[in-house]
Design a protein around this ligand. Structure first.
Ligand code: ATP
Ligand code: MG
Length: 425
């Protein structure tokens, strides 16, 4: 049998890759405008980083990690998300000693052993942003408005920005108590995971996707009922800033991030049209995380966005076309000597920044022109024995069907000018 790619992974082929480039370009330019710098961390890390940084009670750590021993028997894990690695780098590379806050972003593959389905892969890509060393509400609003702007720039519609405050350890204790009281009578109906969550962290029951758990927890006390004065004020200010930035949002008291190090702001962005996997972005404040992995106490906030889901939404809404990047000019050389001259011309065109190509299969004139047409080339430069003798080429405009002779010294400037003109259109 032929070898196939692993379940839950994809080959991104030359046509569709154009959409990825487009998305990544917009991500990078929005990040530049907002003053975020790129960070690249390893694809694998010590397993312990995720156990501590993502949390022992999460599905990610319990069920979804690609963990393996290396040859020296260290336990390593393919990164399932980006935040823990960014925090590790913040501590290890002493970014806390630089001017604060540190504003970072990453784009790259993540790995989770999940049941593959539409919008859910085992290797997928996230764009994420982290701001470390700042705790003010305006930071939360900046991070959310960055996502909002990115979606606006992409032309994505029908977004729902859900936001909530999960409070701080102080006010969460009261919420936890009320939640347990509420759930106690129907505790036996909860799924097995939630039975355990009831003991360890009942907040996460609100996050469970099991329909029975969702039904049992309907009407449960929300964090909004128990926020302390400081958390309430913070949440209010975040909303004021969001309004000031023109972001449309909806407070959603059921939105939670169940881990201890999450504080205050939590948010999620959905696009209903893409179906069951409608969450395209999730984020929140995680003021306790850097300390959890051994760094100084550091307030922080961030989000992660699933790029496959963003592209799926764009595809549905905009019917995106695959874009292949063919050459602008093609050198059509006939005969050995013409090929040598043509190859030299080709390399000058490329050095001048004009995407150019030449036949690589020894085709004849007709077939070369046909291939140039198929690749969407705009110009052909035809070089035969006759042209060689007179040091000229035939410059044919493949879209207009016109052609004229051109002297060698003029080729580079003429073709470059036409390319520039086309680029500026
Ligand atoms: P879900 O509830 O869909 O499992 P999650 O809570 O595990 O999402 P996060 O860990 O917050 O998601 O990751 C942020 C984003 O990454 C998600 O909103 C989603 O767009 C994307 N994402 C997460 N897991 C996958 C996956 N297996 N395949 C594709 N995209 C994913
Ligand atoms: Mg998940």
């Amino acid at each position: 049998m032929t070898i196939q790619r692993p379940k839950g992974t994809q080959d991104l082929l030359p046509g569709p890759i154009g959409k990825w480039h487009h998305l990544e370009e917009i991500i990078r330019s929005v990040c530049r405008e907002y003053g975020y710098e790129e960070i690249r961390t390893p694809i694998f890390e010590a397993t312990e980083l995720f156990q501590r940084g993502v949390g022992e009670t999460t599905d990610i750590v319990n069920k979804e990690m690609y963990t393996f021993p290396d040859k020296a028997d260290r336990s390593l894990t393919l990164r399932p998300e980006g935040t823990a690695s960014v925090c590790r780098a913040y501590v290890e590379d002493k970014l806390y000693a630089q001017a604060q806050p540190v504003k970072l972003y990453y784009v790259g593959p993540m790995f989770r052993y999940e049941k593959p389905q539409s919008g859910r892969y085992r290797q997928f890509h996230q764009f994420g942003v982290e701001v470390l060393g700042a705790d003010k509400p305006v930071v939360d609003a900046e991070v959310i408005s960055l996502v909002w702007d990115l979606y606006r720039r992409l032309g994505l519609r029908d977004l729902e920005v859900h936001i909530n405050s999960v409070g701080c350890p102080t006010c969460r204790a009261e919420h936890r108590r009320r939640l347990r009281d509420f759930l106690a009578p129907r505790r036996g109906e909860l799924c097995r995971d939630c039975q355990e969550r009831y003991e360890r962290n009942p907040l996460r029951i609100l996050d469970c996707k099991n329909p029975v758990c969702q039904e049992v927890s309907r009407g449960a006390p929300t964090t909004a009922d128990t926020l302390c004065e400081d958390c309430r004020e913070h949440f209010g200010e975040v909303q004021e800033f969001l309004t000031a930035a023109g972001v449309t949002y909806r407070p959603d008291p059921r939105l939670v991030r169940g881990l201890d190090y999450y504080r205050r702001t939590a948010f999620e962005i959905m696009v209903e049209e893409i179906g069951a996997q409608s969450a395209i972005c999730g984020g929140g404040r995680y003021d306790g995380l850097v300390e959890e992995i051994g760094g100084p106490p550091t307030p922080a906030i961030g989000f992660a966005m699933g790029l496959e889901r963003v592209l799926a939404a764009l595809e549905l809404q905009q019917n995106l076309q695959d874009r292949e990047h063919g050459p602008f000019a093609v050198v059509v050389a006939l005969g050995k000597e013409a090929q040598r001259q043509g190859f030299s011309l080709l390399s000058s065109l490329r050095q001048a920044g004009v995407p150019s190509g030449m036949d690589l299969l020894g085709r004849g004139l007709k077939a070369q022109l046909k291939q140039a047409d198929r690749q969407g080339a705009r110009l052909a430069l035809i070089l035969g024995d006759e042209e060689l003798k007179r040091q000229v080429a035939i410059l044919r405009d493949l879209t207009l069907g016109e052609q004229a002779e051109i002297a060698w010294p003029d080729i580079l400037t003429t073709v470059s000018a036409k390319y520039k003109e086309e680029e500026e259109k």
